[in-house]
Write a protein that binds this ligand. Sequence first.
Ligand SMILES: CC(=O)SCCNC(=O)CCNC(=O)[C@H](O)C(C)(C)COP(=O)(O)OP(=O)(O)OC[C@H]1O[C@@H](n2cnc3c(N)ncnc32)[C@H](O)[C@@H]1OP(=O)(O)O
Ligand SMILES: N[C@@H](CCO)C(=O)O
Length: 378
Amino acid sequence: MENDGVENDYGTRPDGVLKTHDAGSFTFETGGYLPAVTLAYETWGELNEAGDNAVLVAHALTGDTHVASSAADPSAGWWEGLLGPGRPIDTEKWFVIAPAMVGGCYGSTGASSLDPEGVPWGARFPFVTVRDAVHLEKRLLDALGVTTLHTVIGGSMGGARALEWAVSYPEFVRGFAVFACGAASTAEQIAFGQAQVLAIRNDPHFNGGDYYAGKSPQTGLGIARRIAHVTYRTEAELQLRFGRAAQGEEDPFGGAQLAQPRPRTGRYQVESYLDHQAAKLSQRFDPNAYITLAEALISHDVGRGRGGVEAALGRVTATPFLAAVDTDRLYFPEQSQQIADLIPGEHVVHTITSHIGHDGFLTSAEQLGDPMRATLGL
Ligand SMILES: CC(=O)SCCNC(=O)CCNC(=O)[C@H](O)C(C)(C)COP(=O)(O)OP(=O)(O)OC[C@H]1O[C@@H](n2cnc3c(N)ncnc32)[C@H](O)[C@@H]1OP(=O)(O)O
Ligand SMILES: N[C@@H](CCO)C(=O)O
């Protein structure tokens, strides 16, 4: 694929790491239909005979199945500190499954997948909700022989999936952990999401989503990532880390001094940092997948069609473990508190202490390994 000189390697994993499940045809919540859905996943540990030692780990917006290292792929995963032999989710004891969410680009069916005629779905890929993803993951667990889901755990969009699991399948789920996520996407979360989606849709190469034969809208994806990344960090971190410093020998003020044509070419360090985050995501992510998953996250509302959030959370029977990052300015701790207040029983919100904000659920989640283990009986 031509892509403005950016090499895409999304979905590329060492041989034998990703397993796949043919989940069959699926009608999505808003009416879209796919004749065949494949779910890709990684596993750690062994399922016991009773099928009741399963733990499902749900990734965040741009995450993948590689939660932690394994014999098949020794590279570190995005929750390396939480999963593995002797770690809070002990893979000597638990059978851990990490599916790639439908609509993404890490092995499960998404917009870049081919239709029965061999053409990428592109613009025709259905609108996906968090609830759709959970129903498809249930098919996967049924096929694997899981009889009871001991724990489902995730942060951010993964937390949305974990909560949706607990509400959708109260008979099946024993415990769940939601890090840095509320019961429904808030107006501000929708607003940030919209700006990201529009950045991609307005890239000149987007072509309504059918760009796979030509240039890819990576510029729009990069802008989306820049917007998102700022929301994942804090003002204090950015100020402390970068302040007004220039990037290397660059002169971010040069254009004004020398009256050189705009745009200025010299960058502040923080601009260079965001350029780097944008380039990294562009190398590993499909723009259509970003739109699909961002819109799925916008759709997140456990109360939809269930009489509202209070009624939906009132039917939860699984044990919750709730956590928030103290400096999160995207998923505020009070949104986790709302879940704690509405689930029957007494529940606390555990705190991840981090100066970086929302991304703290990725970088510092192991802070909560012990209380999570105790609460959920892991
Ligand atoms: C398949 C996959 O590869 S990943 C899929 C799974 N990943 C996920 O689920 C989460 C996605 N990842 C993330 O969100 C983030 O990478 C996090 C939260 C994990 C990283 O957070 P942190 O460790 O705090 O990293 P931070 O935001 O400081 O970024 C560090 C990077 O910025 C770069 N950087 C720092 N300052 C500058 C600067 N002035 N100019 C340019 N780059 C800079 C660093 O060199 C480093 O680069 P690298 O990541 O290529 O090594
Ligand atoms: N940095 C994370 C945060 C999303 O919640 C990601 O890219 O998935």
